[in-house]
Design a protein around this ligand. Sequence first.
Ligand code: SAM
Length: 327
Amino acid sequence: MLVDNHGRPLNYMRLAVTDRCNLRCFYCMPEEGIKYLPQKELLSFDEILRIVSITAQMGISKIRLTGGEPFVRPDLMELIRKIVKVKGVEELHITTNGILTAPHIGELKQLGIKSVNLSLDTLDAERFKMITRRDEFKKTWDTLRQLFENRIDVKINAVVMDGKNIDDIVPMVELTKDQPVTVRFIEEMPFNGEGNHYQKLTWTHNKILSYIKEHYPSLVKLSDPAHSTAYHHQVPGYRGSIGIIAAFSRTFCGSCNRIRVTAQGTLKTCLYDDGVLNLKDLIRSGEPDAMIERALLKSFGSRFKDGFEAEKRRTSQVTESMSTIGG
Ligand code: SAM
């Protein structure tokens, strides 16, 4: 088993396949977008597959494709077809905003995709437009419907934003009544691509939970799967569950099993660090697998204790867009 310097097992890699996105969610990037990487700076599919196969040999058996919006990358399905065949990869998951996803759901099911995390912050088309700066609610909703119909395990990710989507919390909990879906409410983080519009977090995980409990006094705490970032609860009698993610309060670092590779091939061993290894350079300079493995082991052996330490050790303040990191 792959274990870091704090004794935490590592088995999960989040891979950003692009930094581009077809939405402009205000908590993620400015209205005019971010400066996207030139094509040649992105990892190629072959480079991604090389990283997947090296890390799979080391014990990283769970992969999540994210971005940017993964389905914006041309021929994403080609990559997915190859990743599921890599020896040692046991689970493939995708995080998507759902806009371009629906046509691929049948094949995703066929390929054995383990789950889809769908980002959806509101059930109201007007609010969707205000938050994402794009009028695409119908497409995301249609994807959600088709995921349900195809019985693909779905989690909905909703960032909770003061003054923006608080009225959506109860309707989103209600989605769990008839569907076996987990709706996850996430604390807003400062990864918004512009830094200074992030104010003090008001909707903390405690406040989100209190708000839900006010509306559902009989809410039951469920046990949380190992390494889960979410605290799970359920309304008695409802099919699905809710999760609350203390993404900014960072209460779950002690059991963190994940690493990230950004779209430009930088390894991050914590969401809050500013990159600990340039994998793309190692690959492009022709290093053999054994050397790359050694460099990875060195990084895994010097992980920060938690997201606060990682943030403190950065060379610059957190201002980058989550789209460049692969949230
Ligand atoms: N485009 C895909 C999507 O929308 O699911 C994948 C990438 S997106 C960056 C991944 C997740 O990060 C989404 O669920 C999004 O809501 C979340 N996210 C982005 N910026 C965030 C922020 N500042 N705070 C909390 N979550 C954020």
